[in-house]
Design a protein around this ligand. Structure first.
Ligand code: SIN
Ligand code: CO
Length: 377
C-alpha cells in the first residue's frame, strides 16, 4: 500500500498553517522508511550533501559539519546525524515529499533527515521556517511550545539554542506520526529508541533577506535607475531638516522600483526558482546531446522522462509567456505557453512532453533535457 497523508488539507490550512503547531497521530498511513541509517551514513560521506553531526552529553553540545568518514560516534547515546536536501539525492525520499505538494513549490525548501541514537537531538531551538516532522523508525520524545519570544544563544559553537519553554505538545512519536511546527515555535526532540526523523521544510524570507537578494539581483541587471531629484526646492527648506515631503519622496523612490513589474516580477521568478541546495544536475556533453527527433522517438518507444529531483519550475500569474527554471527566465511563445505552464505541475506528464516535443516550439524543452533539468530515467 502506498503512503497517504491523513489530513484534512483545507481544515489544516485554515486552522494551523503558519498559526499553531499540530500533532497528527498516524498522519501518514502505511508509513514505510524510504531510507536506512546505513544509507544516511553513505550520503553523509558525499561532498555534495550538506551534513552535520551533533553530539550531546547531558548539557554539553558539540556540532560538526560533514562530509564524514567516521561514524563511530553513532554507536553511543546522544548522537545525531543530519543530512540536508536528501530529496535531491535519493528518489524514494523525493517521493515522500510528494505528499506535501498541496503547498506551492516556491515555498518548499528541502527534506532534511536525521538519525539519532537514544537521548540524541539538536536541542531546544526556534526555526525561522516551518516544518512537518515525520517520525520514521524508532521513537522520539518531542516537545513544542506556542509561538513566543525566547532568549536565544549559541551552544557548542555552532548550535543556536533557546531557553526553556512550556510545551503545548508533548508526545512520544512513533513511526508514521507527524508534527507540524510553524515558524517561531520552540521545539526539542530526543530519541527514545534509535530514530529516523524526516523534516519537510518550507522557507519564507523576511524583509531584510528579500531586500538583500533583490539588491544582489539588481546589481546583475543592465538597467538605469531613477535618481532622487527636487526641482521644487525653495528657500523655505530648513537647513537641518529632511522634511515629510522629502521622506515621502525617498520612500516612493524605493517603492516605485519594487512596484515596477518589469523589474520585480522577473526577480521573484528567478529568485524562487533557485533552490537553496545543490541539485543532482548532469548536463549532457556536446556529443551526447539530444536532437528533437531522437528524444521524441525514445519517449514514443516507452522511455520515461522525469524532472531532476528538487527542481524549481515556476511561473508567475502576472507574467505571461515566461517560465522560470533553476534560476533562469525563459520566454515561451504564446502559442505553446499553456502547455509549457502545465509542466510546472507535480509529476511529469509524459503525453504533454511528447506533445510539446512534437510541436513547433520544442526548443526550450529540448534545451532543458540537454541541460540536465529533465532526463530519461
Ligand atoms: C531533528 O530531526 O533533529 C531536527 C528537526 C527540527 O528540529 O527541525
Ligand atoms: Co527545528
Amino acid at each position: 500500500m502506498s503512503m497517504q497523508l491523513q489530513l484534512d488539507i483545507n481544515h489544516f490550512l485554515a486552522t494551523y498553517w503558519q498559526r499553531k503547531p499540530l500533532f497528527i497521530k498516524q498522519g501518514i498511513a502505511h508509513f514505510c522508511d524510504p531510507i536506512s541509517p546505513e544509507e544516511m551514513a553513505g550520503l553523509a560521506m558525499e561532498n555534495e550533501v550538506q551534513s552535520r553531526m551533533v553530539l550531546r552529553n547531558q548539557d554539553q553540545w558539540q556540532a560538526s559539519c560533514g562530509p564524514f568518514s567516521d561514524f563511530s560516534a553513532l554507536s553511543n547515546n546522544g548522537a545525531t546525524l543530519l543530512n540536508q536536501a536528501v530529496n535531491h539525492w535519493h528518489p524514494a525520499c523525493a517521493d515522500l515529499v510528494k505528499l506535501f505538494h498541496f503547498i506551492p513549490n516556491w515555498r518548499f525548501d528541502d527534506l532534511m533527515i536525521s538519525y539519532s541514537t537514544p537521548e540524541g537531538g539538536v536541542g531546544p531551538h526556534i526555526d525561522q521556517y516551518c516544518v512537518f516532522i515525520i517520525q520514521g523508525q524508532g521513537k522520539r520524545h518531542w516537545r513544542v511550545g506556542e509561538k513566543q519570544e525566547l532568549k536565544e544563544f549559541t551552544s557548542g559553537q555552532a548550535l543556536r539554542h533557546c531557553g526553556p519553554f512550556e510545551a503545548c505538545i508533548d508526545v512520544i512519536m512513533e513511526p508514521g506520526d507527524v508534527l507540524y511546527i510553524p515558524p517561531g515555535c520552540p521545539h526539542e526532540g530526543y530519541a527514545v529508541e534509535p530514530a529516523l526523523n524526516y523534516s519537510v521544510g518550507f522557507r519564507a524570507p523576511d524583509q531584510k533577506e528579500l531586500l538583500n537578494d533583490f539588491t544582489d539581483h539588481l546589481l546583475q541587471q543592465q538597467m538605469s535607475f531613477t535618481r532622487y531629484s527636487d526641482p521644487e526646492l525653495t528657500s523655505d527648506a530648513h537647513y537641518g531638516e529632511i522634511s515629510r515631503h522629502e521622506t515621502n519622496k525617498l520612500s516612493q523612490l524605493l517603492t516605485d522600483l519594487i512596484r515596477d513589474p518589469d523589474v520585480f516580477l522577473p526577480f521573484l521568478g528567478q529568485h524562487f526558482s533557485n533552490s537553496n541546495h545543490e541539485l543532482d544536475i548532469l548536463p549532457l556533453e556536446p556529443d551526447q546531446q539530444w536532437h528533437q527527433a531522437d528524444l521524441l522517438a525514445a519517449l514514443e518507444a516507452g522511455e520515461y522522462a522525469d524532472k531532476v529531483a528538487g527542481l524549481k519550475f515556476l511561473y508567475l500569474e502576472e507574467l505571461t509567456n515566461t517560465l522560470f527554471i533553476h534560476g533562469e527566465a525563459v520566454t515561451i511563445p504564446s502559442e505553446a505557453y499553456s502547455d509549457y505552464q502545465q509542466l510546472t505541475q507535480p509529476g511529469c506528464n509524459q503525453m504533454l512532453i511528447q506533445k510539446i516535443l512534437a510541436g513547433r516550439h520544442y526548443q526550450p524543452l529540448l534545451d532543458w533535457f540537454n541541460a540536465g533539468y529533465l532526463y530519461l530515467v
